[in-house]
Design a protein around this ligand. Structure first.
Ligand code: G
Ligand code: G
Ligand code: MN
Ligand code: NA
Length: 253
């Protein structure tokens, strides 16, 4: 409860910030996007890991404020990078199920895009299968988001309960292979089979497939061999501060 009341003050106290993890085209090595990841640094507690504060934010309802802050800061950062000479094609932002509850997510996203001037196609919202299955009217929300031009990715794909039927009905553009399948991809035949199946499913449905949690050159080689050319993970970069990302990817002059 003390942690919860600290969390409630975190935005006003400027304790929340974002890290950005690159998403890379394996073949060309080019930056195709970044995922924004929330961080909380409390003056006494230090860095509180997201696995602690995100669930707490979800339970307490604070996720609605936090989520709005993350969306706004993500869009602003894209504009700042561009003004500084780095074009990041797109930014992915995670959404929790509670952000769909009040029914205002479409208006929130739309007003943040207006306010920051970021092109809608450069914002991709990440939802898990359980968000889709547990959101009443998920179809309506997702169609409305698609109608304003933002992209949608299914995060942690393969770990939730899902109906493959929704995939062909929803305007989703991207599947993110959960990192649990990538981890032992070269030694565990089951993980290998699942990863290949997801890559094939993506191809058949004309979706982009991005592998998460890519840590080794061996995993990269496996992905290329099986036709997945987009990756995110420590092999390329850990989630990093905006300045570090800028330094690493800024065009040479
Ligand atoms: O780096 P990592 O430890 O950042 O993130 C842990 C988990 O927290 C991931 O599942 C990630 O999706 C989630 N997460 C990070 N930032 C956000 C956010 O802004 N909103 C939501 N809903 N989840 C987030
Ligand atoms: O659930 P979501 O996919 O949003 O979570 C992103 C999480 O994955 C973040 O906690 C991020 O720090 C973590 N992550 C990103 N790349 C790697 C990786 O290569 N290995 C591991 N173990 N975790 C990663
Ligand atoms: Mn994610
Ligand atoms: Na994930």
């Amino acid at each position: 409860l003390r942690l919860e009341s600290m969390l409630r003050r975190s935005i006003d106290n400027d304790e929340i910030f974002l890290n950005y993890q690159p998403q890379v085209d394996i073949e060309t090595g080019q930056l195709i996007g970044v995922e924004a990841l929330a961080r909380w640094k409390h003056p006494e507690l230090g860095l509180v890991p997201p696995v602690r504060f995100i669930p707490l934010a979800e339970e307490s309802g604070f996720i609605n404020q936090l989520g709005k802050w993350v969306l706004r800061e993500s869009c602003r950062q894209m504009v700042r990078w561009q003004e500084a000479g780095l074009y990041v094609p797109k930014i992915a932002v995670n959404l929790s199920v509670r952000q769909f509850e009040r029914g205002s997510i479409v208006a929130i996203v739309s007003s943040i895009l207006d306010e920051t001037g970021l092109e809608p196609q450069r914002l991709q919202l990440e939802v898990t299968e359980s968000v889709i299955m547990n959101t009443g009217d998920a179809f309506a929300f997702i169609n409305d988001l698609n109608a304003i031009g933002v992209g949608l990715a299914i995060d942690d794909f393969g770990t939730g309960y899902s109906s493959l039927a929704y995939l062909k009905q929803l305007p989703v553009q991207t599947l993110k292979i959960d990192r649990s399948f990538i981890k032992d991809i070269s030694t565990d035949p089951n993980d290998e089979a699942i990863a290949i199946a997801i890559i094939q499913l993506g191809k058949s449905l004309n979706l982009s497939v991005i592998a998460e949690g890519v840590e080794t050159a061996e995993q990269v080689a496996f992905l290329l061999r099986h036709g997945c050319n987009l990756a995110q993970g420590y092999f390329y970069s850990r989630p990093a501060a905006q300045q570090d990302l800028f330094e690493r990817w800024k065009p040479h002059s």
